[in-house]
Design a protein around this ligand. Structure first.
Ligand code: FAD
Ligand code: SF4
Length: 328
């Protein structure tokens, strides 16, 4: 049986109190929301914080409401709530769908949207017990000096593996971060970094308090597709989100796509809007875009599935997502 390392559990009632706790125990504290990723990682000794600051009891982090032209979703809302909320389903069905495809039902009941956006990167050589990792001499991301995926270099390429961020990116969403230095809003597009060790711009003492989606983005057609081994529970091997502005006559005004599960940040597919603007979402365009995605996406051996097979699946899943757009 894997046991948790010892830690002190704090249950602040406000965001200010939570930030103060993170500041007081700087370097030895982490926030926990649903705990569906953090607690297994602690059992694997990937993190051993002396203090856990719980977010689920903070009322300010709850609620899904329209305000100032945006849909605001509290970071501690569960994925089940996001997936089932009438406002999310009505305005942003692809986000509801992505939330509904994270893990399995129990994990979605506990797991939160904030935790999904802040999810640690994953890798075959990292998400293992300390015993397993030690047998291999550990790796760059935790306790070691080599990367078993690239074999060379000093960069960790663990995979961004969360389902909602690609959809949030194509919907121009932003996140609100609150810390000792104040509050800032960061577009989800700029939130992720190409560094598998720390892959977000969130500082360790900042709390993600809410996700904001511009209501204007609800006019776009948006779709999502996910490849995983077992549909009932698994992390994505690939997640694809696509979004298009299409006029009443069916002509594309802009179109974009994001694929994740490859490297440490979701990849925005290049050149899509230029290729699609002024055209219709017909078979010819869909094939062309799927082919472009295939050329741009190069999955690595950071996930326990053959990288060449995953690469072959890129155009398949990109096309599936695009077909949903054209049907929308
Ligand atoms: C078997 C299994 C299958 C899974 N499948 C999927 C899947 O298909 N897709 C997927 O996306 N995820 C999957 N997950 C991972 C996880 O369940 C979800 O990503 C979930 O949304 C994480 O949210 P949480 O609230 O439980 O995060 P936690 O585990 O509480 O936290 C995750 C990380 O985010 C940080 N954090 C959490 N909330 C905040 C906040 N508000 N501000 C700042 N930092 C924060 C924590 O410190 C921690 O580093 C799976 C997990 C398991 C165990
Ligand atoms: S990509 Fe390399 S450094 Fe990063 S977790 Fe995997 S093996 Fe470790």
């Amino acid at each position: 049986m894997l046991r948790l390392p010892p830690y002190r559990y704090h249950r602040p009632a406000t965001v200010d109190d939570a930030v103060a706790l993170l500041e007081r125990h700087a370097g030895d504290a982490m926030v926990v929301a649903g705990g569906t990723d953090l607690l297994p990682n602690m059992k694997h000794r990937l993190f051993e914080p002396g203090h856990l600051v719980a977010l689920k009891g903070i009322g300010e982090l709850r609620g899904i409401r329209e305000e100032d032209g945006r849909l605001r979703i509290g970071a501690a809302e569960s994925l089940t709530s996001v997936a089932g909320d009438p406002l999310v389903r009505g305005r942003f069905p692809a986000l509801a769908e992505a939330a509904a495809h994270v893990a399995g039902p129990q994990l979605r009941n506990m797991g939160t949207l904030g935790g999904n956006v802040c999810l640690d990167t994953r890798c075959t050589y990292y998400n293992q017990t300390a015993f397993w990792r030690e047998a291999l001499g550990f790796c760059l991301k935790k306790d070691g000096t080599v990367c078993h995926v690239t074999k060379v270099g000093k960069k960790c390429v663990a995979a961004h593996s969360a389902d909602t961020p690609p959809v949030l990116m194509v919907l121009d969403a932003s996140v609100v971060l609150v810390g000792p230095r104040g509050t800032r809003e960061v577009p989800v597009r700029d939130f992720f970094l190409a560094d598998g060790i720390v892959n977000t711009r969130r500082e360790a003492d900042e709390i993600l308090t809410e996700v904001r989606l511009p209501l204007a983005a609800a006019r776009r057609r948006t779709a999502y597709a996910k490849l995983r081994q077992r549909k009932a529970i698994d992390f994505p091997l690939l997640t694809v989100a696509v979004s298009a502005d299409v006029d009443d006559g069916g002509t594309v005004r802009s179109l974009e796509g994001v694929v994740t599960g490859l490297g440490s940040r979701p990849r925005e597919l290049a050149g899509w809007s230029e290729a699609a603007t002024g055209r219709r979402l017909d078979d010819e365009l869909l094939d062309e875009l799927a082919e472009r995605a295939h050329k741009q996406c190069h999955p690595l051996e950071n996930v326990i599935v053959d990288a060449e097979w995953r690469r072959a699946m890129v155009p398949v899943y990109v096309r599936r997502a695009l077909e949903r757009l054209s049907d929308a």
